[in-house]
Design a binder for this molecule. Structure first.
Ligand code: GCU
Length: 434
């Protein structure tokens, strides 16, 4: 994804961001010496001040408290469960896709009875090695399903998307030129060769990534008002996208060729924030992967390094609940931080990845959040990340429950990242080998 502003090499930069009413100056810190002194909230202290000493207390008391604070103060509240009338329609099956290496399936998941309401288009590639059930990687794509592979059999998305000449999106629609533009970010052949399925959908099917999106599609289904008209704890786009990942998993539970008990949910950048929130809320996800998710994702907010709370709420006022704006320039007052979002995934495995040049996403803050989720994994007898300091570049650490890697290069998801996720998945999802 392109950045609105990215200023590598600047230690202290000031960016101009335009809010609805006025121009505001939002300072951006890239100087480690200017990171404020902060105290991370202890995930093992309950709201009443009592310590959480065992997994049972975590599950019954503390986990619900943290889910509540992330819902009310940050992402907004998520409607529970499947909407009535939700149903799936398999629209295509090709059992000799990708030169015989894969089975390709396309499914339309309708969120209401009938065929006029909101829907998401799922694309599944699974190994052609047998009937499965296969473990799977589930994640959203940025430009429509056809962007993940040049396979001409993928149905071209007709949904709205931001015009982007480089990625061949013209007049807010995908063109034939978008086929395979994100292929390196999916590495589908590598995933299939290791015995996994890939499942994807375009995130804009659920909520267009612009302010107007909140009142359309899934937002409309739940009566979500316009961005500024929302109640303070009403959900934003990230909440809607996360909800959609759970609905995709609902579908996978009905697909006998996929093992819904072995699904890794993943996402890059804004979709990494989304994957973490989905994985925190929905315990059916067996592995959660955050690729360069940064502010509002894996990075600690209280470090105020790179993108900060005010900046993200100003650039993307529709991503989070309005309540999150109370912490603009007030990160110290946050009653939670992102290590606790990661901790909500415990004891299930989580993998946090950073890129060395991705200062905007604060790689060190992403590492520290992964590390400080550790005490919650310990309640379940797991060691967590198991390292004290950020590992050197290209030296992944797959700990006990928590994994982290820092890759050389820019903000992206690359075949190197996939190699680490596959290694981790091989340990925790244990696919059948071909
Ligand atoms: C912007 C935004 C980030 C986001 C990124 C992306 O840079 O500020 O928060 O993660 O876009 O989604 O690529």
């Amino acid at each position: 994804m392109k950045r609105f502003v990215f200023a590598p090499g600047l230690f202290f930069a000031t960016v101009l961001a335009v809010s609805a009413a006025q121009k505001v100056e939002i300072p951006i810190n890239y100087d480690e010496a200017k990171v404020p002194k902060y105290t991370l909230p202890d995930p093992l202290v309950a709201n009443d001040g009592s310590p959480v000493r065992d997994a049972a207390t975590w599950r019954a008391k503390r986990r619900p408290e943290l889910l509540e604070v992330f819902a009310s103060e940050m992402f907004g509240r998520t409607p529970a469960g499947k909407p009535p009338g939700m149903h799936a329609e398999v629209t295509s099956v090709e059992r000799a896709a990708l030169g015989g290496k894969a089975v390709r399936k396309e499914i339309t998941l309708w969120f209401t009875a009938g065929k006029t309401g909101p829907k998401m288009h799922l694309l599944v590639y699974q190994p052609a090695t047998g009937p499965g059930p296969f473990p799977a990687f589930l994640g959203y794509n940025f430009y429509g399903n056809q962007c993940v592979h040049a396979d001409p059999g993928i149905t071209l998305s007709t949904a709205w998307m931001r015009t982007n000449a480089e990625n061949k999106i013209v007049n807010n629609r995908a063109t034939e030129g978008t086929r395979g533009v994100s292929a390196s970010a999916w590495d589908i052949e590598a995933v299939l060769a290791r015995g996994y399925a890939t499942v994807t959908a375009y995130y804009g099917d659920l909520c267009e990534d612009r302010a107007e999106g909140l009142t359309l599609a899934v937002g409309a289904l739940f009566g979500t008002p316009a961005v500024e008209q929302r109640r303070a704890d009403e959900w934003g786009a990230i909440g809607i996208w996360a909800w959609g990942l759970s609905r995709a998993l609902d579908y996978l539970e009905s697909d006998r060729e996929i093992d819904a008990g072995r699904v890794a949910v993943h996402g890059h950048s804004r979709l990494g924030k989304t994957a973490l929130w989905a994985g925190a809320q929905d315990e059916r996800f067996a592995l959660v992967i955050s690729n360069n998710s940064g502010c509002g994702g894996a990075a600690l907010s209280k470090r105020v390094y790179g993108e900060n709370v005010e900046r993200i709420n100003t650039s993307f006022p529709f991503w989070f609940a309005k309540n999150f704006r109370a912490y603009n320039r007030r990160e110290a007052e946050l009653p939670f931080d992102q290590h606790e979002l990661i901790a909500l995934i415990a004891p299930r495995p989580v993998h946090v990845a950073s890129a060395q040049e991705d200062k905007w996403a604060d790689p060190l803050g992403e590492f520290l959040a992964a590390k400080h989720a550790g005490p919650v994994y310990a309640l379940f007898g797991r060691k967590g990340l198991g390292v004290e300091s950020q590992p050197p570049v290209n030296q992944p650490v797959i700990g006990d429950g928590v994994a982290y890697h820092l890759r050389t290069g820019k903000h992206a998801i690359t075949p190197y990242d996939w190699a680490q996720y596959l290694e981790h998945a091989d340990r925790v999802l244990k696919p059948r080998r071909r």
